[in-house]
Design a protein around this ligand. Structure first.
Ligand SMILES: *Cc1c(COP(=O)(O)O)cnc(C)c1O
Length: 416
């Protein structure tokens, strides 16, 4: 069980809603920092550790800056994500560039910033050499194919477009070495939103075994292995969060059994977690403005799937609480819906909730939980929807805006 919490009282939230106007995202700085520290502490048993925060999960420089202060790097996969990392003070090899089908300009930018380039395909060795030159340090993204079952969001590795096959990985390292590359790393990413600790430990085993084989067949000692992202968060109250200490203890046991005897005891363990870093510490706040009784009972809110599309896109569960009614009995069954002209624009379907008051000004404030990763970032402008802004709650209780709401002018800015 995971208790769903929110750091503000109803009065404090109403005050913020008056000042900033709903809908908005709000992120808890202190909770994000504490979480980052716990992760760093759990992984400190390895020779080196860094989490390259997946920028796509939360592309806001204020948050990236906070994570940089906690020792994190950035995992980027596009030109603008590279620019965001750079403007947040994340530099050089603290940036991992894990892209695919990469345009030359993006490789050039990654080279210019001194990022660790993580190649997605064997043909990219020559492509990178031709377009941006080969750096001294290179990582290869490995796709284990039939050796590993993926999970439902990411799909089966055999059907995944990402990465080198096992044979290509060995061939790729040999080729890179011949080309004069000096330092090497290995990466994989086979899960998304996976809560099973054992699954992540087994991903480690897969990489450690391959690292030992690479050492034996090519003489290359990897500088680090990158386990990718994909650690889940407990979206549902009945879900259990991944226990970081259990995860790292399990990884360490296999590391000691495989890497140490292979002469790879100095290899670092790196990760690219996004969701697990900020997901539980961000909330979408929206006001209940309309109520409709037809074949079902609907609560219409002032946010829409353009602000948070996970429920519509994946049927994902996001817990909803009603400010000030956290302990009220859930006597009603509602669909909580946005205003987009798509019937999938529902934050909750047939959800048990306390009776909700609706009004543009005095309606109940709904707190949509676990929206701190892949939330605002996945928003879009279909139906002319203007995406909402973002706030941060500081440790001293102060609240400031870190992204304003979009305006019609933003939407029309690209028209010729
Ligand atoms: C999306 C992504 C991540 C982050 O995934 P989370 O589920 O947010 O941890 C990390 N690495 C790569 C390559 C990704 O595409």
């Amino acid at each position: 069980m995971t208790k769903k919490t929110f750091p503000l009282s109803k009065t404090e939230l109403e005050r913020a809603a008056k000042e900033f106007i709903t809908p908005f995202y709000i992120y808890d700085e202190e909770a994000i920092r504490k979480n980052a520290r716990r992760i760093n502490a759990a992984f400190s048993i390895f020779p080196s550790y860094i989490n390259y925060f997946a920028v796509k999960a939360m592309p806001n420089p204020v948050i990236l800056n906070i994570l940089r202060e906690e020792g994190f790097g950035a995992d980027c996969s596009s030109l603008t994500e590279l620019l965001l990392a750079d403007m947040s003070g994340i530099k050089g090899e603290n940036i991992m560039f894990t892209s695919n089908e990469t345009p030359a300009a993006e490789y050039r930018k990654a080279r210019e910033l001194g990022a660790v380039i993580n190649l997605d395909d064997i043909t990219h060795i020559e492509f990178l050499e031709k377009t941006a030159g080969l750096p001294e340090m290179i990582s290869i993204r490995y796709n284990p194919g039939p050796l590993k079952m993926g999970n439902s969001i990411i799909g089966n590795p055999v059907e995944a477009k990402y990465g080198f096959t096992r044979e290509q990985t060995l061939e790729g390292f040999t080729f890179l070495k011949k080309k004069g590359v000096k330092r090497f790393a290995l990466h994989t990413m086979v899960a998304s939103n996976e809560l099973n600790t054992l699954y992540h430990i087994e991903t480690g085993r897969l990489l450690f075994e391959l690292a030992a084989e690479i050492k034996q067949k090519t003489g290359i000692s990897l500088e680090f292995v990158n386990l990718g992202g994909g650690v889940g968060i407990p979206y549902k109250p009945e879900d259990e969060a991944v226990n970081y200490e259990e995860l790292t203890a399990g990884l360490k046991k296999i590391f000691d059994a495989i890497m140490v005897p292979a002469g790879l005891g100095n290899t670092g363990i790196h990760t690219e977690w996004g969701r697990a870093i900020t997901g539980p510490y961000g909330w979408l706040i929206t006001r209940a403005i309309h109520r409709k009784d037809t074949y079902r009972k609907y609560i219409g809110v002032d946010a829409s799937m353009a602000d948070l599309m996970r429920p519509a896109m994946y049927g994902a569960y996001h817990h909803i609480s009603v400010a000030g009614k956290e302990d009220a009995p859930p006597t009603e069954i509602y669909d909580v819906v946005g205003s987009l002209c798509e019937n999938c624009d529902k934050f909750a379907v047939q959800r048990k909730l306390p009776a909700i008051e609706t009004d543009e000004i005095s309606g109940d404030l709904l707190i949509i939980h676990d929206a701190g990763a892949h939330g605002r970032a996945m928003g879009f402008n279909y139906n002319g929807k203007l995406r909402c802004g973002e706030l941060i709650l500081r440790a001293d209780g102060g609240i400031s805006r870190i992204r304003r709401k979009e305006t019609p002018a933003d939407l029309f800015a690209t028209l010729v």
